[in-house]
Each structure stands twice: as C-alpha cells, then as structure tokens.
Design a binder for this molecule. Structure first.
Ligand SMILES: [Zn+2]
Ligand SMILES: [Zn+2]
Length: 156
C-alpha cells in the first residue's frame, strides 16, 4: 500500500509561486525544477551540472552564463535566497519558502545539515520593535563545526 500523498503537481506549484510579470522561459522552469527537487542549497555550478546531466539529447546544452543570469533574475524576483557559507567558494541558492531553513555545515566534508527551527525568529521581532521603519527581507545564519564522521578523524 502506498501512503504517498499527491498534494500538488509541479505545474501547480510553479504557477502558485511564480511572480506576476516574471517571464517564464523553459530554462527558468528547468532551473526552478532543479532547485525544487534539491535536498540542499545548490551553487550555480551544481545547478549547471544538474541541468546538463538531466537533459536528453534533444535538448541544447545550457551555458553557464545563462544559468548564472537566470539565478540573478530569480534573486531579484524573490524566488530564491542566496547564501554565502565560509566552507563554500561560491554562493548557494535555494527556493524561498514560507519555512526557510538554516544549516549546520561541516568544515571538513562540507555536508549541510538542516536545522529544524529558525533560532533568529526572536531577534527578528526585536529588530522590528527597535527599528520600526526598517523592512526585514531575510537573514543569514551560519553554524559550522565537525560532523560525526569528521570529528572522529579530526580528533584522533
Ligand atoms: Zn564532515
Ligand atoms: Zn531564519
């Protein structure tokens, strides 16, 4: 017995989350799909690699500059959030969600472990109280250290 619940199709989700007036191209939809299916934030290079490995022979290859340009457009349109982690050489991107995620990052293997809650919620409320004219659009939080596997190796 399958207990899988089909809530919304990808088409419904993309229709619901696509900003009004934001041009819908096949490339943008493909990038959105990669980010949608990703389990963790991806760099532009990882998105680029995923796009070109997923494409069948009937498709054209994507240029890296195109991917990068579309990610900038996504960021401006508020579709993605961009983060900078000290363990990564590049920015990482993920879809903006109602429940955003933070990660603890391993300094050795660079694995990102999602944190179930946002520890900054309280602070955001305080900022709102002390700076009522300031519009908060987001925040970043970086937690780093050693994962279980790397801790053993590092401390031996
Ligand atoms: Zn590790
Ligand atoms: Zn947060």
């Amino acid at each position: 017995m399958s207990t899988k619940i089909h809530t919304h199709s990808f088409d419904e989700i993309i229709d619901k989350n696509w900003p009004d007036g934001f041009k819908k191209t096949r490339q943008r939809i493909d990038i959105y799909r990669i980010l949608f299916e990703a389990k963790e934030p991806l760099s532009a290079a990882e998105i680029f690699a995923a796009l070109n490995s997923a494409s069948d022979s009937s498709r054209d290859m994507y240029a890296f500059s195109t991917v990068y340009r579309n990610l900038l457009a996504f960021e401006k349109a508020g579709i993605v959030t961009k983060s900078v982690l000290s363990t990564e050489d590049n920015n990482i991107y993920e879809l903006k969600q109602a429940n955003h995620r933070h990660y603890a990052v391993c300094l050795v293997c660079h694995t990102k472990f999602p944190i179930s809650t946002c520890p900054l919620h309280e602070i955001a409320h305080e900022v709102k109280d002390s700076l009522p004219d300031f519009t908060i659009t987001g925040h970043q939080l970086e937690i780093y250290g050693y994962c279980k596997n790397c801790k053993d190796v590092t401390l031996k």
